[in-house]
Ligand binder design. Sequence first.
Ligand code: ADP
Ligand code: MG
Length: 288
Amino acid sequence: FDFITEMEEDEIGKLYSCQKKLGEGCFGTVYSGIRKSDGFPCALKVISKEKANQQGAMDTILDEVYILQSINHHNIVSVYDVFDSENYVVLVLELVTGGELLDLIAKSTLNEEEALFLFYQILTAISYLHKNGIAHRDLKPENILLKKDSTPHIKITDFGISKVVNEQKLMKTICGTPLYLAPEMLIYPDQGYTFAVDMWSAGIILYQLLTGVTPFNFSFFPNTPFEIQSFYSKIDFDSNSLPKISDSAKDLVRNLLKVNPNQRLTADQALNHPWIKSNREKLESLNS
Ligand code: ADP
Ligand code: MG
């Protein structure tokens, strides 16, 4: 853990010890750790300022990250503490030990009821973030973690920070997959985005929860407005390889995967869609 040497003269080395590596992303590494004073378990997300590569943006990163400390929601990973040293920003996070949603999707096909409960939790978390002025911007099953208990409770992680850490262009070229990126982010990477980008990602995730696969095949990138519209308007629910899904669930997916962000449902509108609303009480009590 070479960063710990770096950190030693800082407060964090005195307060936390680092255990094992949990995951690695574009700008940082996540370790499990322990608070030395009382043995409290946590996750330490170490973001390299050099990799983030935008020294100029670091002040903004810290502003944003401090805001994340005030976020308090059942389905969102808590940020307990933030440290800023010369080369690293370290976030002390709630430790979530049940693995990534990605692994759950890969392991088995979920039935519609299971998909509904998971998606309901994702929506309440997005709705809360949006009400607090935070867009996640990088929603995907790798960033949705599972708590280790009998009902599949989820915790969203890796939120808000991507806004300042990665310029969208960077995110597109270095950090990853276009699978969850809203069409407007692919096509106009320099524009400002609204919360609607999260709702697009939510639509992709819902499709994936229901079918086990993602809806679009990026063998080529659509370019012209016409190509874009036709590329994204083919959402297949009927091929033989896919499980049967209710019309109501399909309707929700279609209203999230609207190419025009102004036509896309908001988080609160999605929570009021019949597929969810008709089960709202049961879902709320399951999630408590
Ligand atoms: P990046 O911005 O590099 O993608 P993430 O915050 O998504 O970083 O963390 C990378 C991986 O580390 C996650 O996909 C997850 O597997 C693991 N991880 C992140 N946060 C936690 C946490 N609070 N508890 C347990 N594992 C975590
Ligand atoms: Mg991530």
